[in-house]
Design a protein around this ligand. Sequence first.
Ligand code: SAM
Length: 232
Amino acid sequence: PPLYKQRYQFVIDLVKKYKPKKVVDLGCADCTLLWKLKFQTCIEVLAGVDINRAVITDKMYRLSPLPCEYLQPSERPLTIKLYQGSVAEKDPCTLGFDLASCIELIEHLETPVLEKFSEMVFGYMTPAIVIISTPNAEFNRLLPGLNGFRHKDHKFEWTKEEFQNWAQDVCSSYNYTVEFTGVGKGPPGTEDVGFCTQCGVFTRSYPSKGSLTADSCRDTEHSYKPIYNVVY
Ligand code: SAM
């Protein structure tokens, strides 16, 4: 399967493993991953955030209940919410999630925005699990005809060491641990290059911050614009 599908499957496999009830996709774009996650029955709240409103609204109606789902409502509650907002800004609607995915997002962020992103995700949202994927720059030499970055909007592409250093710094600042893996293998003999897409799976090292901290976080002002809300 194409690489983007392998990345989505990587998230789906982790959802199957950890069975989170509340999942948020940061940088959800046209909601393809959300649409796939909708079929994971452990999930009760599914949310998507993207800075680009047009890219979200383009195909979001496929998240609506299907006729058969109206006729035969399932036992499980499911709410799907979409927001326009930046991952650099805090908003109370991002609180309370068990798992956050950030697939091919961080390489689109300028350094100061990336710093705010770390604080917002690992310091404010504090989900139990965070999945981050980004290109592995070392793999680029195996991509024929590539000259420069893989996409013109990329602000950086990191080697394995650069990504791992950033991730370890985040972990020591915010009390998480991380395991590294990836998707997309090169041809035999290129194992040292690593995966085409590198992934970090971050796990919070402390139990959920009880309601006290959560309540004070809820006082943050809203900066996200709700654009879709459906209750199954
Ligand atoms: N996660 C999707 C996927 O894997 O198919 C989309 C990846 S796309 C390469 C990056 C997305 O991040 C775009 O939809 C873009 O609008 C969004 N994005 C960029 N900067 C953002 C920010 N500061 N806050 C939220 N979303 C952002």
